[in-house]
Write a protein that binds this ligand. Structure first.
Ligand SMILES: [Zn+2]
Length: 499
């Protein structure tokens, strides 16, 4: 375990550099260490497998980072110190950004060539991406203060939001439950794929569990330390052994039929909860594909794991790029992934099998994908969707306390062919209209207390819950108000943490 900064219940209001009491001497601050390496974790402070990597170049284009000024010189620092966290975060973000920069590819972040990183923004068990920065927080953990930046799982998840925003910016303001959940899923997939870039972690994973990667492991368990900290606040806020698990048995359900929140042991339409359907499908495809592709199925090599993960990342990127922004977003990304994989029948069959098994694609849709590829070249079927801004729709808004309409971004891109998920009875689920999906999304935000009313609605008309995390805000415009996203966040301890 890391040397947490003590068990004192009093959490420092602003953690001091090197707050932990440690006898490890600091490296000479005037010159870089001759070794040219920094210390980090492979995945999460709770699994606590140390990793030493070459000094990350934070200014490396196209995806540079701006860390707090006056940072410590690169060196191997003691666990539990600010200096260790600084370089552990830097190492994880550099690894993840380098991975995506090659595969997407990207020329810069949504906001420009460099993305700000705030390591200790405030007291909370949270992290977020707000289009200008990755913000990390600190709060009470089981063994002392938890700094969310220290977990590679958390930092690469937040960076995943930024990567997806850079190449599919329409999803930022899209008023749609599946799109919001997909952003969370992509963050978790980003954490998984970034971890798989570490050779020692790959070796450990393929040698455990008889080579079966789709099983509970420290790879599948995401953000264990933050999960423990949240569970201590409220057992419903995290899964039993981590924040979220990529190994799960959640099948697609129409999010309009789900409660807007639930304990993490159940499925709800809350984005982090609903995200687990797609993440679970992706990780299952990874596990089944590795067994199918390995020369020795019961003993895949770490190199085979890397290759299969890379192939699937390519299909995912294609799937996202080529999907029109539509209300049943999960099914469209899955369908386009299947099309992207069609040149390789092994991948294609497994992707169809898993997506159908999890109801993300209906049986009818999965079979029609084969016919589509026969009448249309794969390139044409996988043609990138347009990147026009989304349409704006006005929702009746008196039930939200708003005078006039609430203007939101809705699905408007054309569908080229019928793509459907399946319901309980295996029958295709008719996708809702863009406006109906947007209304359901907005209803959830108000019911969860996630909207900052600002000055748009008189305070006596507000719905007030003890929910301090406001992911969205109302902005006054002619004829009513516009809904604006502020950030994507962890958000699970949305009422705030107890000191
Ligand atoms: Zn997130």
């Amino acid at each position: 375990m890391p040397q947490a900064p003590g068990k004192s219940k009093k959490v420092p209001t602003k953690p001091a550099a090197g707050a932990a009491k440690t006898k490890t001497p600091k490296t000479n601050v005037s010159s870089p260490p001759p070794t040219g390496t920094v210390g980090s974790w492979e995945d999460d402070p709770e699994s606590a497998v140390s990793l030493t990597v070459p000094i990350p170049d934070l200014s490396k284009p196209p995806l540079a980072f701006s860390f707090p000024a006056g940072g410590p010189p690169p060196a191997i620092y003691a666990h539990g110190t600010y200096e260790f966290r600084y370089w552990a975060t830097a190492a994880a973000l550099r690894r993840g950004a380098d991975y995506w920069a090659k595969r997407v590819p990207l020329s810069q972040w949504h906001g420009g060539p460099s993305l700000q990183v705030v390591l200790e923004k405030d007291f909370d068990l949270d992290a977020n991406y707000d289009r200008t920065a990755l913000n990390f927080f600190y709060g009470p953990g089981v063994m002392g203060t938890v700094f969310t930046c220290e977990s590679a799982d958390v930092s690469c998840h937040e960076m995943g939001h930024a990567v997806l925003d850079a190449f599919k910016p329409q999803l930022w303001g899209f008023a749609n439950k599946e799109a919001a959940a997909f952003h969370e899923s992509f963050g978790d997939i980003s954490a998984l794929l970034s971890a798989i870039q570490i050779p020692s972690l790959r070796t450990a994973i393929v040698t455990a569990n008889g080579g079966n990667v789709y099983t509970k492991s420290r790879l599948s368990r995401l953000a264990e330390q933050l999960g423990s900290a949240l569970r201590a606040q409220d057992p419903d806020l995290a899964e039993v052994d981590c924040l979220r698990s990529a190994v799960n048995s959640f099948n697609y359900q129409d999010p309009a039929t789900l409660p807007n929140t639930a304990a993490m042991s159940c499925l709800s339409s809350e984005p982090h909860s609903f995200s687990r359907i797609f993440t679970g499908a992706f990780f299952e495809i990874l596990g089944v594909s590795l067994t199918a592709k390995a020369v020795t199925p019961e003993a895949p090599t770490e190199a085979e794991l890397l290759t299969v993960a890379d192939d699937l990342a390519g299909f995912l990127v294609q799937g996202i790029k080529c999907s029109p922004v539509v209300s049943n977003w999960y099914a469209h990304v899955a369908a386009k992934m299947v099309i992207a994989a069609q040149a390789d029948p092994t991948y294609s069959s497994i992707a169809r099998g898993v997506f159908v098994g999890r109801h993300i694609l209906s049986l009818q849709c999965a079979s029609s994908l084969l016919e589509i590829s026969q009448v249309k070249s794969l390139e044409a079927a996988a043609e990138p969707a347009t990147h026009e801004p989304l349409s704006i729709a006005g929702l009746p808004a008196s039930q939200y306390g708003i005078d006039g309409m609430l203007f939101v971004e809705v699905a408007s891109e054309p569908r080229e062919f019928s793509v459907t998920s399946a319901g309980f009875n295996a029958e295709p689920v008719a996708p809702p209209s863009g406006t109906a999906a947007a209304k359901a999304f907005v209803d959830d935000l108000f019911m969860r207390g996630q909207i900052d009313y600002g000055t748009v609605v008189a305070p006596e008309r507000w719905l007030v819950r003890n929910h301090k995390t406001k992911t969205h805000a109302l902005v006054k415009v002619d004829g009513g108000a516009r809904l604006e996203r502020r950030f994507f966040n962890c958000g699970l301890c949305a009422r705030g943490v107890s000191r």
